[in-house]
Ligand binder design. Structure first.
Ligand code: AMP
Length: 281
């Protein structure tokens, strides 16, 4: 496995891979890797000849009061995990190389990027889209794998790629969970023992919603109300939003149907967790 630390070197390597005719798969990450990330790397490996994984804690997608400064870093550990998962190249650039003096461009996806998490984290998806667009130019992948865990992010990036005619296929990998249902996230490490004990309610409430839908309930307001009640029964939980949207367009849904994504963001203490579930598969 190669470790590449500069944009210039990555661009040269990407050109060489493409001229070989290799199918290049790409998994962008912020490091602090867990089994969720590694499942995406393995999925990319099944669909491509060479997998490039980027590790870059992108400063422009963090708000002023968010956890950029305490975001965990352990490149050595991440590199060992990626080697086992079959990555060919780890691309770990410095922020000053991605955002050199004078950098001024933003990619903004309207509507989809302004609701749900976008409403509470202004500029977050501009940061995500801008860095992913730039990483696509540097790595030139044929396909890129993103986690359904961040379902809004995946839908926004699919929109960006379609709108800008970018020549890359976006694939969503399923959410990897702890045995008790909590979606894996590097932010789970911030939870106190009490908060951690309550956090599985997120997925339990989404599963409860799915069982209501499976037994014929399609009134989104009723089902979202049941999800909220379950979560709010936990003393440390503070709901930021719970919504029902189409999993691709992110348009609001009032009648649940296959392809409806139930999506939520909830604080446990200072830690903000997100999760979602798509009805009908
Ligand atoms: P991050 O490093 O948090 O930016 O995540 C990098 C990629 O891993 C994104 O596409 C995430 O959606 C994905 N990811 C994060 N957590 C999980 C998980 N529990 N299961 C599947 N994919 C995940």
């Amino acid at each position: 496995m190669e470790i590449i630390r500069t944009v210039e070197e990555m661009k040269a390597r990407a050109r060489a891979l493409r001229s070989d005719g290799s199918v290049v798969g790409f998994v962008p990450t912020m490091g602090s890797l867990h089994e969720g990330h590694l499942s995406l790397v393995r999925m990319a490996g099944e669909l491509s000849d060479s997998v490039v994984v980027s590790i870059f804690v992108n400063p422009t997608q963090f708000g002023p009061n968010e956890d950029l400064d305490r975001y965990p870093h352990d490149l050595e550990r991440d590199v060992a995990l990626l080697e086992d998962a079959g990555a060919a190249i780890v691309f770990a650039p410095e922020a000053s190389d991605i955002y050199p003096r004078g950098y001024a461009t933003v990619v903004h996806v309207q509507r989809l990027g302004e609701k749900l998490c976008g409403a509470f984290r202004p500029g977050h998806f501009d940061g995500v889209c801008s860095v992913v667009a730039k990483l696509f130019e540097i790595v030139r992948p044929n396909l890129a794998v993103f986690g359904q865990k961040d379902g809004q992010q995946a839908a926004i990036l699919e929109r960006m790629v379609a709108d800008l005619e970018m020549d890359v296929r976006i694939i969503r990998g399923p959410t990897v969970r702890e045995p008790d249902g909590l979606a894996l996230s590097s932010r789970n490490n911030y939870l106190s023992d009490e908060e951690r004990a309550e956090a599985p309610v997120l997925y339990a409430s989404l599963e409860h919603a799915r069982s209501l839908y499976d037994s014929g309930e399609t009134d989104a307001a009723k089902v979202l109300g049941a999800v909220r009640a379950m979560i709010e029964s936990k003393p440390h939980a503070r709901v930021q939003y719970i919504s029902a949207v189409d999993w691709k367009s992110l348009d609001d849904v009032t009648e649940l149907r296959a392809g409806t994504m139930l999506v939520l963001a909830v604080f446990f203490g200072k830690t903000r967790l997100i999760d979602n579930l798509v009805l009908g598969g």
